[in-house]
Design a protein around this ligand. Structure first.
Ligand code: LLP
Length: 416
């Protein structure tokens, strides 16, 4: 169900007018729908039904503790990539025993944090990392649960910056060396092998590359079994795409039912790490038009949101829909580049958008619930935006807008 929709020409979130939220909290601001988040998680939960599984929401997609708390209350696990994310999960009431720790550069401190929290599994990306985890675990008289992230060398057919399953990518370990590492790991004192894992990329709109990767991984599992090495789960990573414009990705239900068929007769838990497909369409970025200007046949709408708030258009050339918060019929549509005030030509939220706007109007950038606020910065000494969550017609401030002293709170002048 769509939780951001028009009611009498006004964009609402779960029935609450976006304009009301913007008046109260100012712009730019991120607005999330709790119902949309719950539905995003629920789609996976229902699809798995009674097949043994663990849904680990990828915290990096949107790590606000209120977002994590909503998901924790539904029983979600979490996929983390840093000690900071682990701390967020704990602060949000998440269960560390349902945490997978991904990422290829885990520090000693982060490994200790994971061991102390008794997490579900470390997803290991190199021999050196495996050795470090084992050494730390032995030193603490613990045994670390580990899966090895295998790089299956499949083309995920997505933007090269978010493709991770090809040999040329820095992620995971190729199949052959991974087999050898499993054998080594099985003899390490601080290690308990619990899984195999892959993640081939993000914003995947075609199911085939995931299935190809899974076939390879399941073959590898057979080879492990023949060597006497058994795992209890296969982690298929995250990556399911969403509709930003005209993409037609499979639904979580379609993905999971296909995946489950691959596991028929195989007694392994399925772990999955979805981020975008739970959070992206549960949020919008609201921004106000400051000025309109034009030159040489080109029109610009200069808005108060910028690449520091939402970097996806600048970084990946990503297209996200930009819609008016109030639909009007009084002025004619023109094609605008919707740009921020930052001194970079890459500072745009959308190009060539047909809009009917005047200064002071509000615009909503859709699908901004994932990889939106989390990738924001203070570039140009801009204050980071607040985050609001709509829940049952109530507006909750879940992150305050930064204030000027925040900008240089941690900076120091040289001594006189
Ligand atoms: N698991 C691992 C190991 C990952 O690296 C990622 C995302 C996920 C799960 C979650 O993937 P998702 O379900 O969200 O596609 N900033 C980029 C996306 C980067 C994704 C990084 N890894 C963007 O805005 O498109």
């Amino acid at each position: 169900m769509e939780h951001f929709f028009y009611k009498e020409n006004n964009l609402v979130a779960e029935g609450v007018p976006i304009a009301t939220v913007a008046e109260q909290y100012g712009t730019p601001c991120f607005i999330y729908s709790r119902a949309a988040l719950e539905e995003g998680y629920g789609a996976y939960r229902e699809a798995f039904d009674d097949h043994s599984h663990l849904i680990c929401y990828a915290v990096k997609a949107n790590s606000n503790i209120a977002v994590l708390n909503v998901l924790a209350k539904l029983g979600a696990g979490f996929d983390i990539v840093s000690g900071g994310e682990l701390a967020r999960v704990v602060a949000a009431g998440g269960d560390p025993k349902k945490v997978t720790f991904s990422g290829l550069g885990k520090t000693t401190d982060e490994i200790c944090m994971g061991l102390d929290a008794d997490i579900h599994c470390f997803n290991v990306e190199s021999e050196a990392e495996l050795q470090r985890i084992s050494d730390i675990a032995v030193g603490e008289s613990k045994i670390a649960p580990v899966s090895i992230r295998v790089n299956p060398d499949v083309n995920a057919e997505t933007h090269p910056y978010i493709s991770t399953g090809l040999k040329e990518n820095k992620f995971g370990i190729s199949m052959e060396p991974a087999m050898q590492l499993y054998v080594k790991a099985s003899k390490m004192r601080g290690i308990r092998i619990t899984g195999i894992d892959f993640h081939i990329g993000s914003q995947l709109t075609n199911i085939k590359p995931i299935l190809n990767a899974l076939d390879r991984i399941l073959t590898m599992n057979d080879q492990l079994v023949s060597k006497g090495i058994t795992v209890d789960h296969v982690n298929i990573g995250g990556g399911l795409g969403v509709t930003y414009g005209d993409e037609k990705p499979p639904t979580p239900g379609e993905l999971i039912s296909t995946i489950k068929r691959k596991f028929s007769g195989i007694d392994l838990k399925i772990v999955i790490e979805p981020g975008r497909s739970i959070a992206a369409n549960a949020g919008v970025l609201v921004t106000r038009v400051e000025y309109l200007k034009g030159h040489e046949g080109k029109n610009f709408a200069i808005v108060d949101g910028a690449m520091n708030d939402l970097i996806r258009p600048a970084l990946y050339g990503a297209w996200q829909n930009i819609v008016p918060v109030k639909k009007t019929a009084s002025i004619e549509n023109l094609n605008y580049d919707v740009v921020g005030p930052i001194c970079e030509s890459a500072d745009f939220l959308g190009k060539n958008r047909s809009l009917n706007i005047k200064p002071g109007d509000l615009l909503a950038v859709k699908s901004a619930g994932a990889y939106g606020f989390v990738m924001s910065s203070n570039y140009n000494s801009r204050l980071r935006a607040p985050e609001l969550m709509i829940s049952k017609s109530n507006i909750h401030l879940i992150r305050e807008r930064e204030v000027v002293p925040d900008l240089f709170r941690n900076e120091h002048l040289l001594p006189a």
